[in-house]
Design a binder for this molecule. Structure first.
Ligand code: ADP
Ligand code: TRP
Length: 321
């Protein structure tokens, strides 16, 4: 089955991204034909300077490779390296009723957040449709906020197929309701915009410990049993543990012999250890950006071969060829 994931590169990744998006993706490549790209044309809609967009794009590639995206299993590229997608985007625009875009929540949300309203921001869902339809994708794992974009993609595909022949596969969203919302240091949803995130790659173990120490806990004094059910430290630590590990940690909370400081230290160890291999790989890629660029070029070459074939068919169907 062909599965596609689009990554918005917007700076440092955190544990919410890791458990909510990256780990599931790494698992998908074992079972499916995975297409993954860094959506830098999309990021351009909210970018303010060239250097940042360039850096975020390369950083995202490095981070995803570090956590286990395997270019031998996954077709991995940068969106703008396959510019065919913008050509399809224009053609699809003709099959996109204005009303469809006017109803899109994400445009309104972004404008409400202060991003300048532009045509690119408004037509963002059409480019996303092109990303998907260009590669005959069957499934697209997305968060709930992207569900409407998948519906728009299907609407555009149906309209095209009705008018010019069944050229496009109708993709389905995979929305994993199971993926828990990872809490941040204050217990609210971890998000880079809330300032409550624990970054995936901290500069040192000490810095990570400092961040873990900031996790909000209650003021039960040392020596009394603690309630793991209400504890943010436990909630994050549990993500790293199997059932046995969770039971053991619960017992430690209930024993009353340890305080939050001990558990924050334990959490730091869990995080540091989980990411040991990824950290090494990341350091390697940071020191060898030319290898990353080569991986991305090779991914783009393969993606482009597929994209060109599809685009010829579409252009023939509508009379551009
Ligand atoms: P942020 O809220 O920090 O801006 P993004 O919106 O860029 O994060 O998230 C990118 C991906 O990471 C999303 O697809 C989402 O599934 C996942 N993700 C982000 N934060 C969390 C979280 N707190 N819990 C679970 N998944 C998350
Ligand atoms: N809009 C998506 C997001 O913000 C990123 C994205 C761009 C995407 N094109 C896509 C996701 C195609 C899935 C399929 O997360």
């Amino acid at each position: 089955m062909r599965v596609l994931t689009g990554i918005q590169a917007s700076g440092k990744l955190h544990l919410g991204n890791y458990f909510g998006a990256m780990k599931p993706m790494v698992k998908l490549q074992e079972e499916h034909e995975l297409f993954t790209f860094i959506a830098n044309y999309h990021s351009l809609t909210s970018s303010t300077d060239a250097e940042t967009l360039r850096r975020y794009t390369l950083d995202a590639a490095i981070d995803y490779l570090a956590v286990g995206i395997d270019p031998n299993k996954t077709l991995f590229w940068v969106q703008s390296h396959v510019p065919e997608v913008t050509e399809l985007y224009w053609i699809l625009s003709k099959f996109t009723p204005m009303g469809l875009l006017e109803r899109a929540h994400s445009y309104k949300d972004k404008v409400a957040k202060g991003i300048a309203p532009s045509h690119a921001l408004f037509s963002y869902p059409v480019l996303m449709a092109a990303d998907i339809l260009l590669f005959d994708i069957e499934k697209v794992p997305v968060g709930k906020d992207q569900k409407q974009h998948l519906e728009i993609t299907r609407d555009i595909a149906v309209k095209f197929n009705n008018e010019y022949g069944e050229l496009f596969v109708l993709p389905e969203a995979i929305i994993d309701e199971e993926v828990a919302t990872i809490p941040g240091i204050d217990g609210a949803k971890m998000s880079k915009s809330y300032g409550n995130a624990i970054d995936l790659f901290m500069e040192s173990e000490k810095a990570l410990q400092k961040r873990c120490n900031k996790i909000v806990t209650d003021s039960t004094p040392l020596g009394e049993p603690l309630d793991w059910r209400k504890c943010n430290v436990y909630a994050i630590a549990a993500l790293f543990l199997d059932d046995e590990g969770k039971k053991a940690l619960q017992a430690r909370y209930e024993s009353g012999q340890e305080g939050y400081g001990h558990f924050k230290k334990y959490l730091k160890e869990l995080i540091w250890e989980e990411l040991a291999e990824a950290r090494e790989k990341r350091a390697y890629y940071l020191a060898h950006p030319e290898e990353v660029e080569e991986i991305l070029r090779e991914g783009a070459r393969k993606a482009q071969a597929i994209a060109r074939d599809k685009l010829v068919k579409v252009k023939e169907a509508v009379g551009l060829l």
